[in-house]
Design a protein around this ligand. Structure first.
Ligand code: C2E
Ligand code: MG
Ligand code: MG
Ligand code: MG
Length: 273
């Protein structure tokens, strides 16, 4: 029987393990089909500058599994990275975000908005990643100067020369880079100064308790000072209250993102300017 079961099956004697294996296989299968069935959407979360002006959004991927329940990215992105689906999925994100930028180009209130797109380590490692970014821009006609790619510190290990070369080539298009979840990884200062970055993003884990935990406040101050000394801008993510915003503004943070300003939402629900 085990022989005739074919691919996409695993055989266990323990019925509990069998159920877990079956659920995992079903999840992976649904994930693969989700792209063809157009079950993915982008939501957008507003980014605000220190004058309170909306300057752009971050695109955040959403999966409506089987057209029904929403699966959070934390649950499916690691699996998409493990099975390689993140490559076509990431390209879809890039092109969909650029197409959205192009639609906003015609709207006076939103024509200046920037679009931040999360990039996976696997995408960046592709030998043709530079061309892929160029293709997304060319296909949609989006203004490269409004596109910002979010990398994480975990991508800065391994072949750093390759990363720097690709970043420089993409920067030559006019595209900017932001270092996401900053402070949670291990990036060395010597690597940081070599990267053509435009922005550091203070991780939300430091913002959460910034008003009550002196350590978090010190870390945030240090990141702002570091960013400004390297001639980078700094944005804080996970800002949920006016008090957090005021504190971050007080230590020199240039921009903010979080539920206080707006949750990630469908494009149609975003403010008009
Ligand atoms: P991230 O890039 O650091 O995105 C910020 C996450 O924080 C988002 O979670 C966002 O919804 C959430 N968030 C925003 N404001 C607040 C706030 O005020 N409080 C709290 N508690 N959370 C806030 P989300 O959308 O679940 O995404 C989680 C992660 O999944 C992202 O973290 C990013 O690493 C990854 N991700 C999302 N979309 C993509 C994508 O298109 N490609 C890739 N490669 N990764 C993605
Ligand atoms: Mg991000
Ligand atoms: Mg982040
Ligand atoms: Mg984060």
């Amino acid at each position: 029987q085990a022989k005739s079961a074919g691919r996409n099956t695993m055989r266990f004697f323990d019925p509990t393990l069998q159920a877990i294996a079956n659920a995992f296989i079903a999840f992976e299968l649904d994930l693969r089909q989700g792209l063809e069935r157009q079950e993915f959407e982008l939501h957008y979360q507003i980014q605000v500058d220190d004058a309170g002006v909306n300057t752009g959004v971050e695109a955040l991927l959403r999966w409506r599994r089987g057209g029904k329940e929403m699966v959070p990215p934390a649950q499916f992105i690691p699996i998409a990275e493990a099975n390689g689906l993140i490559l076509p999925l990431g390209q879809w994100v890039l092109e969909t975000a650029c197409a959205q930028l192009m639609r906003w180009a015609e709207e006076p209130g939103r024509a200046h908005w920037t679009m931040a797109v999360n990039v996976s380590a696997l995408q960046l490692a592709q030998s043709d990643f530079v061309e892929r970014v160029g293709r997304a821009l060319g296909k949609t006609g989006a203004n490269p100067a409004l596109l910002k790619l979010e990398l994480t510190e975990s991508m800065l290990v391994g072949d750093i020369e390759d990363v720097v070369a690709k970043m420089k080539a993409i920067k030559a298009y006019g595209v900017a880079f932001s270092l996401d979840d900053f402070g949670t990884g291990y990036s060395s200062l010597s690597i940081l100064k070599r990267l053509p970055l435009q922005q550091l993003k203070i991780d939300q884990s430091f913002v959460r308790d910034i008003l009550i935990d002196p350590n978090d406040a010190v870390i945030a101050r240090t990141i702002v000072a570091l960013a400004h000394n390297l001639d980078l801008r700094v944005i804080a993510e996970g800002v949920e209250s006016a008090e957090q915003r005021d504190f971050l503004a007080g230590i020199g943070c240039d921009a903010f993102q979080g539920y206080f300003f707006g949750r990630p939402i469908a494009a149609g629900e975003l403010p008009k300017d």
